[in-house]
Design a protein around this ligand. Sequence first.
Ligand SMILES: *[C@@H]1O[C@H](CO)[C@@H](O)[C@H](O)[C@H]1NC(C)=O
Ligand SMILES: *[C@@H]1O[C@H](CO)[C@@H](O)[C@H](O)[C@H]1NC(C)=O
Length: 252
Amino acid sequence: MNRPRCAPGLAALAVASSFLCFLSPPGAESAGVFTIINRCKTTIWPAATPGDSFGGGGFALRPGQSAVFKAPAGGWSGRIWGRTGCSFDASGNGTCATGSCGTSLRCGASGATPVSLAEFTLASDRDFYDVSLVDGFNLPVTVRPVNGRGGNCSAAGCDGDLRQTCPPELAVRAGDAVVACRSACDVFDTDQYCCRGKFGSQPTCPPTPYSKRFKDACPTAYSYAYDDASSLFTCSGADYIITFCASSRYAR
Ligand SMILES: *[C@@H]1O[C@H](CO)[C@@H](O)[C@H](O)[C@H]1NC(C)=O
Ligand SMILES: *[C@@H]1O[C@H](CO)[C@@H](O)[C@H](O)[C@H]1NC(C)=O
């Protein structure tokens, strides 16, 4: 049987499927391989910007599916997020309940907030990565580096689902369901919640009861602008596994 070759280290994943191997690029043993996994109970539409190396910036991922991409060799600085409740026509035109970038399946720019963001700055010496809820929350997402070294190379993001614990004044609803949770900065637009003016530095912008709610759900994600110490990670030579709804406890 003529099996497709899988990237070393990725083939052992329980989720590895012919789909994963099919998308696995040649020479994938070098760093910067991104595996995006959907463990949610519904289809999601991941998006990336700049997205040339990531399925053109957007694609559908059914429950249990994964997709593999290789970041550009010269480094990449960008963000990856998930869109929910989308409906696209055959030409990739449509709308989403959360995270949409205009009407396109393939995102050429950042999407609508609130959205949970996985952020990356990849460079030859070391990478920086984080999960940010500064612009709100729409899906649980974790970033896990594999095969990396140096820095703190550990998982960022969250296991919890803020849609279930969102304070009512921050909730975005579609019918009866809470589909996303806005940030307090977005809702109240005050200097304190947005870390502006006299709150515009790390010592003068401490956590608030709202940002603490976000931190409880996602202890290793940015819950507000100056949350670096527990939210920003570095690693060298890593591949990354980005999982939406990692904990099936919360997946829906
Ligand atoms: C895309 O869909 C929107 C409605 O969702 C519609 O208004 C628009 O005309 C469509 N654009 C194209 C290029 O088909
Ligand atoms: C990871 O390391 C960086 C650089 O030393 C540090 O600033 C950051 O606080 C560390 N992150 C965590 C979550 O410990």
